[in-house]
Write a protein that binds this ligand. Structure first.
Ligand code: IPM
Ligand code: MG
Length: 367
């Protein structure tokens, strides 16, 4: 039987640096745990535009459709701000999400004990935090038509459309309920049914799906109140399900609860392929951080944790994912910190590759 295939798209900015550490981790699992992958690498984002004049070529798109899982670094950078909207680096990422139909975006926010002091919130608010935001990723205002900038009278009008069909809400709600069943059986759905019809429909459909999951305690919150509650007492939540735009905002807020955006992985999942694996793309929640790119300062943990999610959700290797997560926990407990995790203390940070080496050593130690 051939090895499962992994398509790696390091992208721009710090993407290539953090992905280099992921590749060492992938190699470790191949050498030490017999988990071999057929790894191929390609371009996405600004680097793809530089090489081909488009942020994602049709060939790369086709490879992504074929791969058992896609691992992406980050896209974008100030150099590309001047580009036409249609070829901006982000369009490459959005095309992958849309054409692979990756409708369920899982964004865990987990506070590692060693970092509880580091959050901008009080330690008792965040210590032990372990929640997941399920963000709808292929519809809503990101993709709704009509959209554009049009002339109206003597001025221009910017238009985007929030639009959700029942089936789009239904399928992401199911993903969230299934996840809640595997966790603490609590799901909070967030929308703005007080001002948006799409929010009214969202609430109705989620409630309907919830009848099939009587064990899950379902609650609803307006997304603005949800943002407030996330900062006030985030441990009240287990799984949160929300739309594309609210999910974008709420997941950045949740990320900060854990201390650093450099820590958070994500999985974007679609329908099962013929081999039973879901279509899947794994990426850190952080961006391309052009200000620190190429300096060896970036934290590779979010990207490495994204590979752990791939082990769990695409390759059914939950034990190996846990092994990797525990190695990361150990490294943090031992005091290894990249620059983003140092705060004001003025200690000497470890570099991207030193963090990678420490994680490999912890994996070795755990053999
Ligand atoms: C994210 C990012 C993306 C988004 C950008 C890069 C298009 O912010 O994944 O959260 O808005 O979805
Ligand atoms: Mg975002």
């Amino acid at each position: 039987m051939s090895n499962p295939s992994l398509l790696i798209l390091p992208g721009d900015g710090i993407g290539p640096e953090v992905m280099a550490e992921v590749r060492r981790v992938i190699d470790w699992f191949g050498d030490k745990r017999g988990l071999k992958f057929d790894v191929s690498e390609d371009l996405v984002g600004g680097c793809a535009y530089d090489a081909h004049g488009t942020p994602l070529t049709d060939e790369t798109m086709a490879k992504a459709q074929e791969a058992d899982a896609v691992l992406l670094g980050a896209v974008g950078g100030p150099k590309y701000d001047v580009l036409d909207f249609s070829v901006k680096p982000e369009r490459g990422l959005l095309r992958l999400r849309k054409e692979m139909d990756l409708y369920a975006n899982l964004r865990p926010a987990q506070c590692f004990d060693a970092l509880a002091d580091f959050s901008s919130l009080k330690k008792d608010v965040v210590a032990g935090l372990d929640i997941v935001i399920v963000r709808e990723l292929t519809s809503g205002i990101y993709f709704g038509e009509p959209r554009g900038i049009i002339e109206e009278g003597n001025e221009r009008v910017g238009i985007n459309t929030q639009r959700y069909t029942e089936s789009e809400i239904d399928r992401v709600a199911r993903s969230a309920f299934e996840l809640a069943m595997r966790r603490n059986k609590k799901l909070c759905s967030m929308e703005k049914a007080n001002v948006m019809e799409s929010g009214i429909l969202w609430r109705e459909v989620v409630t309907e799906v919830g009848k099939e999951y009587p064990e899950v305690e379902l609650s609803h919150m307006y997304a603005d109140a949800g943002a407030m509650q996330l900062c006030r007492w985030p441990k009240q939540f287990d799984v949160i399900v929300t739309d594309n735009l609210f999910g974008d905002l709420l997941s950045d807020a949740a990320a900060m609860l854990t201390g650093s955006l450099g820590m958070l992985p994500s999985a974007s999942l679609g329908a099962p392929m013929t081999n039973g694996r879901p279509k899947a793309l794994y990426e850190p929640v952080h961006g391309s951080a052009p200000d620190i790119a190429g300096q060896g300062k970036a934290n590779p943990i979010a990207c490495i944790l994204s590979f752990a999610m791939a082990l769990r959700y695409s390759f059914d290797k939950g034990d190996e994912a846990t092994r990797l997560e525990q190695a990361i926990e150990k490294v943090l407990a031992d005091g290894y910190r990249t620059a983003d995790l140092l705060g004001e203390e003025g200690k000497q940070p470890v570099s991207t590759s030193e963090m990678g080496t420490a994680i490999l050593e912890a994996l070795d130690a755990g053999l």
